[in-house]
Structures are given as C-alpha cells and as structure tokens.
Design a binder for this molecule. Structure first.
Ligand code: CA
Ligand code: CA
Length: 635
C-alpha cells in the first residue's frame, strides 16, 4: 500500500523492498506510485525531476523530501540504489537468527507483558513501584508464561506525564532505583528467561532536560535548533492554530527569548526537532546504548507525531469541541508525516545490530495504515500493535472475525493487545457486570491463541478491574485534571498490582500512589493461584499450551462457522496438526458442530486440551455454557 508520498520516502521504501521503481511527480512535488497487482516492482515514469545519488548526506536530504525541487538532472541513477539493496539484504540476512523451521524470530514465539513500573511491585515500601520490585517478581512472570516485559518509562523525569517527560534518556529515575538496579533486573530476567523491553519517547523531552534548558537560554544556544522555535503570528499570538492533545495551544511563549516553542503534548514536553540531524544521531545512539546494556527492544511512543509541516500551516478546523474544550481539528499538518517511516527504518537498522525488536504505539484506523508500519519488505517495526482490535468493545464474533481476518492478511506478524495503560481495563470493557470472570477467561483463551504475538497488560491475568477516581482532587493523570468530569483520566487502569489479601493488595506497606479496588480481596495472585478455575489459572494453562503446541506457535488461522453469531471459532493448523478454539460470546448455552473436511480432517474428533467447567466436546460437536470456552486437539 503505497498511495501518495513524497519522492524521498518512496525511494527509501524501494531500497528496503529490494526493488527498484519509477514514479511520476505531480505539481505539488509528491510522487504517485503504482504497484501492479501480482508484481512487486513499482512502475511509472519520472517527470522532469531526476536525481543523482552521490553522497550519503545528499541521499539523506533526498529521503527527507528536502530540497526536492532544487536537485535536477536528466535521469535517475539506479546503480547506487542497487548496491544499497544488496548491502541491506546481506545485512538483514546476517542478523536474523530464526528459532524454528518457519524462520520465525524470538519475538514471534514470545509472550510480552506490559508493566507500569509505578504500580507493579514496591520493594522499599514508599508507595511507588520500582525496578527491584520488578526483579523480585521475575519468577512469577516466568511461571505465568511471560517471555518479555515492556516497562513504561522509568528514566529520570519530573513526572508531569508519569515518565513520558524524559529528563535524561540514559539513566533511571531515583524513584525507581538506579542503573545498578537496572543491571540487576536484566540479570534476574536472564535467569528467568524474561527479556527487558524499554519505552522510547522520541517525540519530545521534558522541559527540564539539559538540552531544552540550553535551547531556551538564548536564540544562539547550541541546542536552540534541537527544538521547534518560531515567532508568533502577531504579538502574543501563537505561530498557528495547532492544539495540544492535553488542552490549549500547542505553542508556549518563552519570556527569555520571546519565541514560542512547540509541544504536541504538555507544555512541559517540548517536541524535539527531528529535522535536525544532530537530534536524530543522538537518539539513534541512545537506543544502541541500551541494547548494549541488555535491553531486547523498545516500545516506541507516539511515533506518528515525530514530524511537523516546516511551513506551519494551520490545521483544518472541524465542527464542535473536544473533551478539553478546544476546537476539533484534523491534525493534518503535525502528525503522520511520511518522514516518520524513514526514521523507523533507521531505528530498525540499529535494532537489527542487536536482534532487538521494535514495538509501535500505532493507533491506526485501518489495516492499510497498520501495514505501512511494517515497512516495505518488513524494514520498519516488527511489532506495530493492532489497536483496532481494542475498538471492538463488545463480544461480537462477526466484528472480531472481520478484524482478525484483516490483520491476518497484513504483510507483517500480527500483534494483539486487549488492554494497556491508556485504555479502560479489558475486565470492564468486555465484562457484563455479572459474568466478568468467565468473560475474562474467554478473552484470555481468545487473543492468546491467535496467530501473532500478544502483549498482555499487568493484572489482566487476575481479572483486575478499573478503579477510577471519584473526586477531582484524587486525580493524578494530567488529562483527568484538565478534562474533569467528562474525562476522568487514566488512573483507573494504572492501579497497583494485586498480589495477595494484605492491605494495599500486598503491593506496598505504605498507602500507594493510587488505591486498589475493593475486589482485590478476591482478585489477587495468592488467592487465584489456589483456585483451579480462576482467571489466573486459565491464563497459565493457555500460555503453557501456546509455548509448546506447534499448531499454536506456527499454525495458520482459519475462521470456522463464520455465520454463527454467538460462537467465535477458528482453527490453527500446521503440517497436518490442528488446534480448534471455540468461544461462546453469548449469555446463553450454545452448541457448535464442526465439519473440517475442507481443512483436511474427514472424521473430526476433538480432544479437549483446555475447557471452561461445563464445556465439552463429543466427536465434532462442542457444547458451551454461557461465555464458555474450549480448546481442543483435532484428530
Ligand atoms: Ca518503591
Ligand atoms: Ca513532533
């Protein structure tokens, strides 16, 4: 899916795809590319613009779409792209170490688990979670069936946006520990076969970062151009109409130098200027620094906001206002620039040096958009998250089938999530208020058996629920404070992990930064460990199965009984072996009959592997209680 892009980006895409292409350039300087169905090559003809790719720097400028109109020559030189193609393909081949006969990489067999470090485990009882707390829970994570943990930002930070305002990219906030604690956590992880994934926040720093402190000190400071500074339209008027997603103008006037700086998020989170090569270089090198320290990858924060229109055109205003009371607008001129993909390719090259994985916070509205994040020939993110799955907010087999089929047909490996630190917990979103535990087990049996890599959210495995603040003065999340009461913020899904029945759910001896919901008395690790039918034990069983069963690890996905409005069922098959998953998404008992002759199983006999208490399989027939589930071997 190429669509309309600027010339530079399409070129880089071609190199990544190991193909050469020719396109046409329209009057606006954009290139329109076509891909012939059934052929990987791009076709078309150049207009008056050509290029001679002589130096790396020139190439960079070209890829960035800069100076596009100033570089003219009679015809394109294709030799350098060819050589680069060869180089990149050899490089990629040298880096990829498959873990199976299918050529899968480690992250394709792994189960990921997101940890909000403030809320996971508090080793020193100050009410806030920390790295030593995480280290102490590595054996829990391993026994659960987790292979990698993604820790949301734990760098030094004034915590205006709970760590997403980074003041030093190469250190640990004292609240969470220090670099020695970090190294200890990596070592404990290795002992327990749990890899560490950190959060990388490339779009902006904290306003307390030394780069910004220097940048704002004078118009000629060395770091001035590391951020985006502009004069106002008129005295006291910001440079344009862009809005911060945390409310108000995206521009703040600095009284010392009398210019405005740009911030897509909070005013304390100034955007870095990614058009400055020095910024790019130091950020790429920061990822390398962490890989050398034992990190196995990064989750990239808000990548779609990396670039802005250098001419700062106003965004189109839409009718109405948002939850912050600002006019609705289309963020056309400050998000989703094609240059984002070029940076992802560069980050990926550094990641490949260490067999690391890049996970994307990729909010997309369709699979074509998601597909672009994998890159041409898979040269960008290995794991862009499919958040469209989380938009199916009701237990609807037809909607889930549509969504899974679309993602299964994308050009990369699917990544499934049902919750994270920005979304109301899945327990509440899918729960009906009466059968929430059964539904939590159903959802676990569902997304953990799909073809792709799941990213769990801490506490999901014990059926943790949202605990939203009821008074404005209790709200910690900035968007909850500015948007109250309509927007209560994200505190509710970030409460402390529930370990046992001790006060504060055993998270801390001191009252924690956010309180646990009363349901911690029944929904905690210690209590659920003893109950064979708990949400926790269902998760453990499913995770154990998906680590050992070849059909679940390697198999294709085929939707079954696609007209059934109540039972979601599918087959995962690999080399003549198959696992069938049947999930009753309704509040009434259901029967499902499976004819798998088209899938190569003439006499279907289902052998139950995992089932809810009242579910059973006889021959090719499955009986399920309300919200019941059954996972079976097909013979
Ligand atoms: Ca602590
Ligand atoms: Ca930006």
């Amino acid at each position: 899916m190429l669509g309309e892009r600027n010339l530079g980006q399409s070129l880089l895409g071609q190199i990544g795809n190991k193909k050469l292409g020719i396109g046409t350039i329209d009057g606006s300087g954009a290139a329109r590319w076509n891909r012939r169905t059934g052929q990987e090559a791009l076709t078309g003809t150049y207009g008056c613009l050509g290029f001679d790719l002589l130096t790396f720097r020139d190439r960079l400028m070209f890829f960035r779409g800069e100076k596009l109109m100033s570089r003219r020559s009679s015809r394109p030189s294709l030799i350098l792209p060819l050589l680069l193609t060869l180089f990149y393909s050899l490089f990629a081949a040298a880096q990829a170490k498959p873990v199976d006969a299918e050529g899968h990489q480690w992250w394709q067999h792994a189960v990921f688990y997101e940890i909000y470090p403030r809320s996971f485990a508090d080793s020193n009882n100050d009410g806030v979670g920390d790295l030593n707390g995480i280290s102490s829970k590595m054996s829990y994570l391993h026994e659960l069936g987790v292979d990698a943990i993604w820790i949301t930002p734990c760098y030094p930070s004034p915590q205006v946006d709970f760590g997403y305002d980074v003041a030093d990219y190469r250190n640990i906030d004292p609240m969470y520990g220090n670099l020695t604690d970090f190294d200890h956590m990596v070592a404990e992880g290795r002992k327990n076969h749990v890899r560490i994934i950190l959060d990388f926040v490339p779009n902006h720093t904290s306003d307390q970062h030394p780069w910004f402190q220097d940048s704002k000190s004078s118009r000629t400071a060395p770091h001035r151009d590391w951020y985006i500074w502009r004069d106002g339209k008129a005295p006291g008027q910001p440079p344009n109409n862009w809005i911060s997603i945390f409310g108000g103008s995206a521009w703040t006037l600095d009284p010392t130098t009398k210019q405005f700086y740009y911030h897509f998020f909070y005013a304390q989170q100034p955007d870095l200027n990614w058009r400055n090569p020095a910024v790019e270089e130091v950020m790429l090198d920061t990822t390398r620094w962490w890989y050398k320290r034992g990190v196995s990858g990064f989750r990239l924060d808000a990548v779609d906001t990396l670039f802005e229109d250098p001419a700062l055109h106003d965004n189109p205003v839409l009718p109405g206002t948002n939850k912050q009371g600002d006019p609705n607008m289309e963020n056309k001129n400050n998000t989703n620039f094609s240059e984002v993909h070029e940076e992802l390719q560069k980050l990926r090259k550094v990641a490949d040096e260490s067999e690391a994985v890049l996970i994307g916070e990729t909010w997309t509205s369709n699979v074509a958009e998601l597909d672009r994040y994998y890159g041409q020939g898979g040269n960008e993110l290995q794991m862009p998250m499919d958040f469209m799955f989380t938009t199916v907010d009701k237990l609807s087999p037809p909607e889930f089938r549509r969504q899974i089929a679309a993602v299964d047909g994308a050009h990369g490996w699917p990544v499934f999530v049902i919750g994270n630190h920005d979304i109301v917990r899945s327990y509440n979103r899918y729960g009906d208020g009466k059968n929430n535990d059964a539904i939590a087990r159903l959802m676990g049996a569902f997304y953990l058996t799909l073809r792709g890599t799941p990213i769990m959210y801490y506490g999901e495995e014990i059926g943790m629920e949202n605990n939203d603040p009821t008074r404005k003065e209790d709200v910690k999340d900035p968007i909850g404070r500015t948007g109250w009461p309509e927007e209560k913020g994200r505190d509710g899904e970030r409460t402390p992990m529930q370990w046992d029945i001790a006060p504060n759910a055993g998270f801390s001896k001191k009252d924690p930064w956010l309180s646990v919901p009363p349901s911690y008395r029944t929904h905690n690790v210690a209590t659920e460990s003893k109950d064979p039918n708990s949400v926790l034990n269902l998760y453990k069983k499913v995770l154990a199965l998906r680590h050992t069963n070849e059909a679940l690890l390697e198999g294709s996905y085929t939707a079954l009984n696609e007209d059934d409005p109540n039972v979601m069922s599918y087959l995962r098959s690999y080399k003549g072996k198959a696992v069938l998953v049947a999930l009753n998404m309704s509040a009434t008992a259901q029967k499902a009959i499976f004819n798998l002759s088209r899938q190569g199983f003439d006499q279907t006999t289902l052998k139950t592997l995992i089932a809810s208490p009242e579910a059973s399989a006889t021959g090719n027939e499955v009986t399920l209680e309300p919200f019941g589930l059954l996972i079976a071997d097909v013979n």
